[in-house]
Design a protein around this ligand. Structure first.
Ligand code: PGA
Length: 255
């Protein structure tokens, strides 16, 4: 059985002090829900302090990206070795990085390999634009992104990878894909994984939905058979909302 995983992507929100205060308040709220894997992804600058607050809890920490080199002349970047010990997860291929920071299928693949090589678990985000969606290209495009991200990754590594389907048109827009549509695309992603690695591996990989997930629509996603959790932006920035999401995931999916 796949353990549900809910990750909060804080994007460029919260100062260091706000981040620390937030997780101090959040941690006891999330403590009871051990049937759900709970992860927060603060900004780089808050990562060490947040990791310190959460060190004796079951709440995991994720980075929002990384560079694939271990060190070097890459102004502004953070390497996998710098994340080890602070984060267990790392989001790779978020559509905002693809849109604004020159993230490509090729850099996603390099980052996935670098993360795995350093024991970090990638949360690989894929998803189509509104134009692609309206042109009926979603499945082909998303499947291509999955194949490109996983190029050269072996089956045994898949236990350390989480996939996230995030239609770009649903991120931060308040528009969300219906549970049924999200489940259909996610089942296609699983079919792509089955094609690459066989059915057993595909059935064991957790695939999240992301895009305007909030307490009011969470149950719709979590009641779908192929959706194993959520990658959450806006609603992860409030203690009550994020706690509610975890509570709903535990009720719908928890063992
Ligand atoms: P949102 O963001 O929940 O604010 O739509 C999701 C994401 O970008 O991961």
């Amino acid at each position: 059985m796949r353990k549900p995983i809910i990750a909060g992507n804080w994007k460029m929100f919260k100062t260091l002090d706000e981040s620390v205060a937030f997780v101090k308040e959040l941690a006891p709220q999330l403590a009871p829900f051990s049937s759900v894997e709970r992860v927060v992804c603060p900004t780089y600058i808050a990562l060490a302090a947040v990791a310190d607050v959460l060190k004796d809890t079951e709440i995991g920490v994720g980075a929002q990206s990384l560079h694939w080199e271990e060190q070097g002349a890459y102004t502004s970047q953070i390497s996998p070795t710098m994340l080890v010990g602070l984060a267990q997860y790392v989001i790779i291929g978020h559509s905002e990085c693809r849109a604004y920071l020159n993230e490509t299928d090729e850099t996603v693949n390099k980052k996935v390999k670098a993360a795995l090589a350093h024991g970090l678990k990638p949360i690989i985000a894929v998803g189509e634009s509104l134009a692609q969606n309206e042109a009926g290209e979603t499945e082909t495009f998303v499947s291509g992104q999955v194949r490109a991200a996983l190029d050269g990754i072996d089956a045994t590594s898949m236990e350390n990878i989480v996939m996230a389907y995030e239609p770009i048109w649903a991120i931060g827009t308040g528009k969300n894909a219906s549970g049924e549509i999200a489940n259909t695309i996610i089942s296609k992603i699983r079919a792509t994984l089955a094609d690459l690695y066989g059915k057993d591996v595909a059935d064991s990989v957790r695939i999240q939905y992301g895009g305007s997930v909030k307490p009011g629509n969470m149950a719709e996603y979590m009641s779908q058979p192929d959706i194993d959790g959520a990658l959450v932006g806006g609603a992860s920035l409030k203690v009550d909302d994020f706690t509610k999401l975890i509570e709903i995931a535990a009720a719908e999916k928890g063992a």
